[in-house]
Ligand binder design. Structure first.
Ligand code: PLP
Length: 497
């Protein structure tokens, strides 16, 4: 049955198709697109045990993206999940001391955003054709580091697309900059901006709102699109690995059919864990979704008190992809908590906009507690967790994974004999060599250059470098291009003219 999409804030619930929602990204009223119902799975759970990642992706995505033909979906999935991942399982599940780690870092940028960003470009070009748009797609992204590289890797050489990434010149690490400057592809462009991330982000947003500029682009046969994490084309590919993980446990005979599991999810923008919520609502037996935060624990406080309050200090931590005070995907969860009430959702978002805070009712809090629990790990607990897992299992985990692992450990201690625990492992340890090296050698590495830390880490943990790291070391970076913020539009026009 067809599924349509509407904005979380639109009282009329005006419907568009999945492909239109993917092309638009954000709704014009500022809300996020949600499906008009959450589909139930139409296959038995036991079947998951024998399915490849690609097969699970097909079975799950076809339930949401109902205006894509089976052929189109299959082609997109085949293009996204193949040799560009360094493990044929795509998302292997490994066991370390009491818990399973679902490794989502085997794609081209060794972090979990690849899972969605390898698929999104193909969904977008298929969506454009379907809507008879003959325009080419232009993706603009402001990045504080990782998303830019993952988006470039996803769109590289995808026909009829171009991607331009802007990063704050002083706001990314040398490794992150080098990753972007060594990206191959005839349609990828990257600029350093003189200013901080907010500056770059605000300017990109302004370009998206500049009607005259958009018309200029249209005359050059381009339409703007966004690859950011509120796009349903990034959300639903993340639902897939929750099902896949369950199938892997069935295949390993670690579960009886229908037995519930827990997931501990390192959370920032709330996209990853929200995908787990959709999986549960579709029929996957998940008991607890554990929302794990770092020292920026605005979500822990929200789940525990019912008050969301971003008026607080912002900390730079060793898990930077979770250093977030406004988790944009939480709006979708609020929509469900309000019993799909757009007026109430819009009101809460309005309070957040005006006061930086809102409070949900005790009744809503009770509904939340049925699906979620939440906790956080500070910097020293995170570092100790990396050391502990290395000592007990000779396995190196990255700081984001360590936050989830530490929170899961505390959960298991407080809930003895609870269900099997799956920790969502979102980045390779090689992505954060200094933090991991410092934790497992219990030494200060502040003065060690990144590349040296990388080599030392590799020698200690004895795993070969992923190909991304090899390329980073071997390929000559392209020349760095710097821009003043007010030169961004001119730079874009120069590329597409
Ligand atoms: C983005 C990211 C997260 C957080 O995921 P959200 O969907 O933003 O909650 C966690 N770990 C890593 C490594 C990430 O890149």
């Amino acid at each position: 049955m067809a599924i349509f999409y509407h904005s979380t804030r639109d009282v009329n619930k005006k419907k568009i198709t999945a492909s239109q929602a993917i092309l638009q990204g954000l709704s014009p009223d500022g809300g996020l697109y949600v499906p008009d119902r959450i589909p139930a799975i139409d296959f038995p759970l036991t079947a998951l045990a024998n399915m490849s990642y690609q097969e699970v992706a097909f079975k799950v995505l076809r339930l949401f993206l109902t205006d894509f033909s089976e052929n189109e979906l299959q082609e997109c999935i085949n293009a996204a999940y193949g040799k560009n991942f360094d493990d044929p399982a795509i998302a292997p599940l490994v066991f370390h001391e009491g818990a399973f780690y679902l490794e989502l870092f085997h794609g081209p940028t060794i972090a979990f955003k690849d899972i969605a960003l390898q698929l999104l470009p193909h969904l977008m070009t298929a969506a454009a054709q379907k809507n008879h748009s003959h325009k080419k797609i232009l993706i603009l992204t402001a990045t504080s580091g990782d998303t830019g590289k993952a988006a470039m890797a996803g769109f590289a050489n995808v026909p009829n697309t171009k991607i331009i990434v802007f990063y704050p010149q002083a706001g990314v690490s040398p490794i992150q900059e080098r990753q972007m400057l060594t990206q191959k592809g005839t349609n990828t462009y990257v600029f350093g901006i003189n200013g901080n991330f907010d500056r770059a982000q605000t300017n990109v947003k302004n370009i998206f709102n500049d009607q005259a500029f958009k018309q200029q682009l249209a005359n050059l046969n381009y339409q703007l699109s966004s690859a950011n994490s509120i796009n349903i084309g990034r959300l639903f590919p993340q639902v897939v690995y929750y099902f896949y993980a369950y199938g892997q446990l069935l295949a390993k005979r670690q579960l009886t059919n229908g037995q519930p599991v827990n997931f501990s999810v390192p959370t920032g923008n709330f996209g990853d864990i929200l995908a787990g919520y959709y999986a549960k609502k579709m029929g996957l037996p998940i008991k607890h979704l554990i929302c794990a935060s770092n020292k920026n624990k605005v979500l822990t406080d929200f789940f525990q008190t019912g008050i969301y309050d971003k008026n607080r200090p912002f900390y730079v931590t060793s898990s930077p992809s979770m250093d977030i005070l406004v988790s944009s995907n939480l709006e979708r969860l609020l929509f469900y908590l309000t019993d799909s009430d757009p007026a109430m959702t819009a009101d809460l978002m309005q309070q957040l906009q005006q006061h930086g805070a809102y409070r949900i009712s005790p009744a809503m809090q009770a509904i939340l507690a049925k699906d979620f629990s939440a906790d956080y790990a500070d910097e020293s607990a995170t570092s100790q967790e990396i050391a502990h897992v290395f000592e007990t299992c000779q396995a190196a985990i990255d700081p984001h994974t360590a936050v989830a692992s530490q929170v899961a450990r505390r959960f298991a201690a407080a809930n003895i004999n609870d269900q099997p625990m799956i920790i969502v492992s979102t980045a390779s340890p090689f992505k954060f060599p200094k933090v991991v090296l410092s934790a497992i050698t219990d030494s200060k590495v502040d003065q060690v250059p990144d590349l040296t830390a990388l080599q030392q880490l590799q020698q200690i943990i004895g795993i070969p470098y992923p190909s991304t790291i090899k390329q980073l070391l071997e390929n000559q970076p392209q020349k760095r291009h710097l821009l003043e913020p007010n030169q961004m539009q001119a730079a874009i026009l120069k590329i597409i003219a």
